[in-house]
Design a binder for this molecule. Structure first.
Ligand code: CO
Length: 469
């Protein structure tokens, strides 16, 4: 039994070595009877390899978490993602693959021999998804790892995206039943590429554009007709990336004088529909996009610069630094005229945005859910009405909520009829709980206590109904 003495959010960045399983968590309040399915999340849970700490929050070794709902009850299970990066770390007691901001210890000779074939990590720490019948855990390397959603056992790399970088935020095309994602191929002639993945073996290229110095891309937007790349001026020289000997993300440079641009591609045929320039900003997360009156409306969580990446180094997180906050911004792209207008949608910060994805992605929508600042970190659940700019929130002293995942109530049409599921760290108790909020009011409906703490995770998805075995 680990006794935790910290009562602040740094407990969420502390290793959790125990894999656990509970058939039924104690519930306060009442879980909706209609809530049937599983919330599966991934996030870093081990922050040391051997006796060496990793440097950045994104470098922690991934743990999968499953919360399965049915008959008014909820079970929980956790398991480290047994990627090759994880297995090598276990067996050798050291990091063997390049992570986001931590490199393996290795001699200059060994480094030179891997220059153009870097040992990329498959540590699927960022997000999970489903392609065909398979569940995958993803990071930003082209190595999505298949796992069994019931047992959380890993089963190797699923497929190879067409590039050395990709995103952990694929879109879903419900008509073609495929994932749509972005990749970047780096080299003397670098290229942005969009592709669709229908199964392990079925991959199509959708669009491409050459680029001299690729930007860091974490997500993108998609409407019925368009793919939207928001390219902030946080860029990398591919040759320097290969030669510098510095950890991956530390090769990117911020060049605000270049400004930002939106590249809009046609999903059908892949033609570049337009290039739209505006002032510099940095983003991790698109919220939604839609076409309206000859304009493309693109909503995202924007920062003034990429200093958020520096703020997420573990030594800074653990000393309670001030974290830059993202603003919910709307850009309106005049599709034929080339103009871009930007505005802020609410007077609250917002990150880890979620919408009613299945019914609203690529269409006009009204509500976004996410996290806002709370007690020296981020951990207040917020709901923003993007039409009116109004917002409501949920928070509790000494507790930090994670990304709120919206689950619609079956048979109801209102956009916000349903619940939000968020894993909350209760630092005072040294435990976490799964919080169920009414998505209309953000009033608490139930909480299910996990009898230990669950480290903060980035993203998760709700898979309705029974999980396949
Ligand atoms: Co993300």
């Amino acid at each position: 039994m680990i006794v935790d003495t910290k009562t602040d959010p740094t407990l969420g960045f502390t290793s959790q070595d125990h894999e656990t399983a509970f058939d039924s968590l104690p519930v306060e309040g009442e879980l909706p009877r209609w809530l049937t399915g599983s919330l599966v999340r991934t996030g870093p849970a081990k922050f040391e390899v051997g006796d060496r700490p990793v440097r950045h929050w994104f470098d922690g070794l991934a743990m999968l978490h499953r919360y399965t709902f049915g008959d008014g009850e909820v079970s929980y299970g956790s398991r480290f993602l047994r990627s090759r990066a994880f297995r090598a770390a276990q067996e050798k007691g050291e990091l063997r693959y390049q992570e986001f901001a931590t490199d393996p210890c290795r001699s200059l000779f060994a480094r030179a021999s891997t220059l153009f074939r870097p040992a990329l990590t498959d540590n699927g720490v960022v997000n999970v998804s489903r392609v065909g019948d398979e569940f995958i855990a993803m990071t930003e390397t082209p190595l999505p790892v298949v796992f069994d959603p019931r047992t959380l056992e890993a089963a190797g790399v699923a497929y190879e995206p067409p590039g050395v970088l990709t995103t952990a935020h694929p879109h879903h095309d419900p008509v073609r039943r495929e994932l749509v994602n972005f990749a970047a191929q780096l080299g003397p002639r670098s290229q942005y590429r969009f592709y669709a993945q229908r199964s392990r073996t079925e991959q199509r290229r959708l669009a491409k554009a050459t680029v001299r110095e690729p930007a860091y891309v974490h997500s993108f937007g998609m409407t019925e007709r368009y793919l939207i790349l928001a390219e902030g001026p946080f860029v990398v020289n591919p040759l320097k990336l290969a030669l510098s000997g510095r950890p991956y993300i530390e090769n990117y440079r911020w060049e605000p004088e270049r400004g930002a641009r939106f590249l809009v591609f046609e999903r059908d045929g892949g033609a570049l529909r337009g290039e739209y320039r505006t002032d510099a900003f940095f983003t991790f997360h698109h919220v939604n996009a839609c076409e309206r009156d000859g304009e493309l409306v693109v909503d995202l969580c924007a920062y003034d610069d990429p200093s958020i990446i520096d703020a997420l180094y573990l030594d800074r997180l653990r000393t309670g630094n001030d974290i830059p906050k993202a603003r919910l911004r709307r850009f309106r792209l005049d599709l034929d005229g080339g103009r871009v207008n930007g505005e802020e949608l609410a007077d609250t910060d917002l990150e880890l945005p979620r919408i009613d994805y299945r019914r609203r992605n690529g269409r006009s929508y009204r509500y976004v859910y996410g996290l806002a600042a709370h007690e020296e970190f981020v951990g207040r659940v917020v709901k923003v009405d993007v039409e009116r700019g109004e917002h409501v929130g949920w928070s509790q002293d000494g507790c930090w909520a994670g990304e709120p995942v919206f689950v619609p109530e079956p048979g109801r049409d209102e956009e916000d009829a349903g619940v939000l599921l968020s894993v909350v760290l209760d630092a005072g108790r040294g435990e976490s709980f799964l919080l169920v909020l009414d998505a209309k009011t953000l009033e608490e409906r139930a909480r299910a206590r996990v009898p230990h703490r669950v480290p903060f995770s980035f993203h998760g998805q709700f898979f309705g109904g029974e999980l396949p075995s």
